[in-house]
Write a protein that binds this ligand. Sequence first.
Ligand code: ATP
Ligand code: MG
Length: 335
Amino acid sequence: MTPALQVESLAVTFASDRGPIAAVEDVSLRVAQGRTLCVVGESGSGKSVSILATMGLLDPRRATVRATALRLGDIDLLNLPADQRRALNGDRVAMVFQDPMTSLNPYLRIGTQLTEVLEVHRKMPRALAATHAIAMLHAVGISAPTQRMRAYPHELSGGMRQRVVLAMALLCQPDVLLADEPTTALDVTIQAQVLQLIRDQQAQTGMAVVLVTHDMGVVAHMADDVAVLYAGLVVERASVGDLFAAPRHPYTRALLASIPATESRGHRLQAIAGTPPSPAARPPGCVFAPRCASAQALCLTTRPPEETLAADRTVRCFRHAELAELAELAERADG
Ligand SMILES: Nc1ncnc2c1ncn2[C@@H]1O[C@H](COP(=O)(O)OP(=O)(O)OP(=O)(O)O)[C@@H](O)[C@H]1O
Ligand SMILES: [Mg+2]
């Protein structure tokens, strides 16, 4: 089946005074209709840049974006004229950022901002657009939605603002929703509600969701599939079940082992001692080798390729098979 969104070998380089910065080196993501892909990884691993590049939102004067494929369903985004591509944003593909004010205009009533989406993308007359907007505000759990239409963003709480942004993103029933830590700034109860709203909408419309999160609790709750990013590379990609039951990359393993069961919520991923390499100083071998307890000589000199283990299961580690065997032996010895 054609994925709702397909990103193959995405690379993003920023121009800087000190030379090019390879923020994203090689990221491939696939999400099927009706499914949720969670993208996890430490700060600076390239999650946001990958999402922004996928949306075509990076400034072409500063960022060079390359990919072998970038497809929204049957639409080839790589070869689409810029204006046609922009027209897809907010329509076939929508995005929610961590900070709702990124998407809201502080000077406009939320009703104006919501109806505008439908007027622009659906050429809907204003009155009809307003009816739809009110229904969507209701759907995302905003009480007295008709009155709220007249509110300015600053008159709403953070949780409400994020619901409004979600309503705006969902208005055109996008095929794909890209959400970059949409609930990180919210308290735990509101976070759970907003995530549930995404799931509800997904169940109704079959949209595909890409959810960037630091929170493995959210991953366990939301993901069908997971992509683990490290230093601009997808180091492992698997179904959520496979990933939790049998992680193949040492980084993923460390990540999962480091989560205290009761404290996983809201915690920034800080799995292992040390920090990831900056894009300007990536090691020549495996990007994780300097922090990896299992690294050997080859790992320090050569980048491991992305190896496909099964449909939609990949890993980037020379020693994954050997280490999996060892892990299994250790488990048997324990049991
Ligand atoms: N406009 C830019 N110019 C130069 N470098 C950038 C730019 N935007 C991001 N970067 C660099 O690209 C790398 C990836 O950044 P990105 O924001 O994608 O990380 P992230 O995984 O989203 O982190 P976080 O969890 O903190 O949100 C970082 O090293 C960052 O400093
Ligand atoms: Mg980010």
